[in-house]
Design a protein around this ligand. Structure first.
Ligand code: FES
Length: 121
C-alpha cells in the first residue's frame, strides 16, 4: 500500500532553484533522492544518473542547469526533463527514477511504491 511521507515545507521548493534532498530505501539499499519545483509543480527522483549510477549534484542540491530549464548531471553533463526525468541530451540512456509526490496545505509529501520505502529508523 502506498504511504505519503512528509518531505518538506512547500516554501522550501522554489521554481528552478535548489533541491531538497531526502533518502529512501530501494530494496535493501539506502538511496539519495531529491525534490525540485518546476513551473509550480513538485517532482522527485532518485539521485542517480542514467549514464553511470552516481549522484548528479557536484554542488549539494544543485540539479538545474544555468537556464533553470533542465536537470543536469555534473559529471558528464547529461540533461533530463524536470517533469518526467526523461533523458534530453548527453550520455544518459533512459531516464531518472521518478518518485511520486503530492502537496497539501503547504507540505510536500513523497509516496512510497513497491520498491521505494522510507528509511529504516
Ligand atoms: S554520470 Fe551523469 S552524465 Fe555521466
Amino acid at each position: 500500500m502506498t504511504q505519503r511521507i512528509q518531505l518538506c515545507e512547500s516554501a522550501e521548493l522554489i521554481n528552478g532553484a535548489l533541491a531538497v534532498p531526502f533518502g529512501v530505501m530501494q530494496g535493501a539499499r539506502v538511496c539519495a533522492a531529491f525534490a525540485i519545483r518546476f513551473e509550480g509543480q513538485v517532482y522527485a527522483y532518485l539521485n542517480r544518473c542514467a549514464h553511470i549510477p552516481m549522484e548528479m549534484d557536484y554542488l549539494p542540491n544543485h540539479f538545474f542547469d544555468s537556464s533553470g530549464q533542465w536537470l543536469m548531471c555534473a559529471t558528464h553533463g547529461a540533461t533530463y526533463q524536470p517533469q518526467s526525468g526523461a533523458c534530453r541530451s548527453g550520455p544518459c540512456r533512459g531516464g531518472l527514477t521518478k518518485i511520486e509526490t503530492s502537496e497539501l496545505n503547504g507540505v510536500v509529501y513523497w509516496h512510497t511504491a513497491a520498491n521505494l520505502q522510507p528509511l529504516e529508523s
